[in-house]
Ligand binder design. Sequence first.
Ligand code: FES
Ligand SMILES: [Fe+2]
Length: 387
Amino acid sequence: MLDAMQPNDDAYLFKPETYAELRRPLLEASTLPPACYTSPAFYRREVQSIFMRVWNFIGRADRIPQVGDYFTIEFAGVPVIVMRGTDGVVRAFANSCRHRGALLLEGEGNCRAVRCPYHSWSFDNDGKLLVAPEMDATLGFNPEDWHLTPIRLESWAGFIFINFDSAAPPLLETLGDLPTKLASYRFEDMVCVRRKEFDLACNWKIYVENAMESYHIATVHRSTLSRQKGKPSEPQPSNGEYCGLFKEHQGTRALLAGDTGFPEMTHLEGLPATGSWYPLLYPSTMFGCTYDCMWWLELHPMGPDRTKLIVGSCFPRSTVARPDFEEVVQRYYKRWDISIPEDNAISELQQRGLASPFAKPGRLAHAEPLVHTFDNWVVDRVLGVQG
Ligand code: FES
Ligand SMILES: [Fe+2]
């Protein structure tokens, strides 16, 4: 029986021949080898070749509306502070004191200055070192040289992204034509009304693959989303760091069948006026854009088999201002609070099955084109073929 076990050593995982079957056209292709979802070495390579080099989505700027508002994250092992400065600009910094490296802030909140819990070095909201007690005797110590370490942060339509690579191209260049395709949703005029976090016992790619195929809906969401009607989802052309599905249909996709909600946006044009858009912003953020709102699924990789999921819900400012908003929005929350745990549970089951030493690559259905596209995108980067 031992010869039925799949190889998972580093040499096997990092040679192009291992992916020969994945490289074939969709209907001839095999899936990624199971070890790509469990191997610490493969995960480390993903962090280096993907998450340390790309624009990583970290939510909305409206989460920190006031000067001094901040939140902290640990993204792919890097502790980060995101804070609104005295000039109103949102910036990101390494969450590591310039003295001896202590973590400066945890959680989220508002502060007039960032004061280190260890020896009280203090930094202003723009990251400048303000006070460093008892450092005047230290030879050649110039406070100007010891500001917080900035991390690149750029935004699009109220969404913020960070990049750990100083040589990466600008965010908007990376996104290609996606902002134009989605412009009529007017995300910049939306408000994030709820964020919900989940800790998942699965590899980040499992969750992306799930979100980018509709094959599982009839089974996993059989009593919920499968009752929504419409044409099959169609993969869309892309000239940026994204891929996406578009589904032509009537009525919002953010409610369960039978529920009624808010009026549809009247400013939608082109494809957005005829159905719903589901782009995957590589590597790990999925948007759901429909007639009356948008939601996002944001993944933070935490290890080969751990992922943090953040689900954000955004509605047009005019919808949020309605007197019935709080009452009606509960129906949307109900839809997400039922469907998302269904995806979470199946993703954790898939992780457990893939961790078997007897798990092998499988074959793909015609309804899984973007699973194939995404897995090839990952392998291109892990093997250094692209990016
Ligand atoms: S480590 Fe921050 S002040 Fe010493
Ligand atoms: Fe699903």
